[in-house]
Design a protein around this ligand. Structure first.
Ligand SMILES: [Zn+2]
Length: 155
C-alpha cells in the first residue's frame, strides 16, 4: 500500500516513511496535482480536507484527528496496511539500506556518533545517515511499539 499525504499531514507522512511505507508528501502541492499523482501511482490519499472526499475520485481517506498519534492509529486500524520490511527516509521517502562498513560514514556523521555506534543506515535517495540512538531511530522504535500495539500509545 502506497500513500500520498496532503500538506496538512507532514508529521504523519514522515512517521509512515520511518515505518517503511512509501509515502509522498509535498508541503506545497495543488489539489489537482496531488490527485493526479495518486491516480498515476495508485496511491491512497490521506487528507484533512473534506473537499477531496466530495470529488469521489481515487482512493481517499479522511484523517479525523489533528493529533499525529491518533492519525497514525487511524491509518493502521482502518487500512491495516501490511508492514513493509524495509525502512524509508523521513526526509525524502528513499529506501534505507544498512551500511556494510562503518568507515564509509566516517565523514558523514559527527565524531562522537562515529565512535559510539557501529550500525548505520543510509538513504538511497538523499544520502542521509541514520544510526541507533539518533532521534529518528528512537522514533522508529516508538512507532514500532505503536504499530504492534494498536489502540494505545503504550505509555
Ligand atoms: Zn533521504
Amino acid at each position: 500500500m502506497k500513500f500520498i499525504a496532503d500538506a496538512m499531514l507532514g508529521r504523519l507522512a514522515r512517521w509512515l516513511r520511518l515505518m517503511g511505507f512509501d509515502t509522498l508528501y509535498f508541503a506545497d502541492i495543488s489539489d489537482g496535482e496531488l490527485l493526479r499523482r495518486a491516480l498515476d501511482e495508485q496511491r491512497t490519499i490521506l487528507t484533512r480536507d473534506t473537499a477531496f472526499l466530495k470529488r469521489k475520485t481515487g482512493d481517499c481517506v479522511f484523517i479525523k484527528s489533528n493529533d499525529p498519534f491518533e492519525q497514525l492509529d487511524q491509518v493502521l486500524k482502518d487500512l491495516r496496511p501490511e508492514t513493509p520490511g524495509k525502512r524509508r527516509c523521513a526526509n525524502c521517502n528513499g529506501v534505507l539500506a544498512a551500511v556494510a562498513h562503518k568507515g564509509e560514514v566516517a565523514d558523514s556523521v559527527p565524531e562522537y556518533v562515529y565512535l559510539n555506534h557501529n550500525h548505520f543506515l543510509r538513504c538511497g535517495g538523499c544520502g542521509n545517515i541514520y544510526w541507533e540512538g539518533s532521534q529518528y531511530m528512537k522514533l522508529m522504535a516508538k512507532l514500532e511499539e505503536i504499530s504492534g500495539n494498536p489502540g494505545g500509545r503504550g505509555d
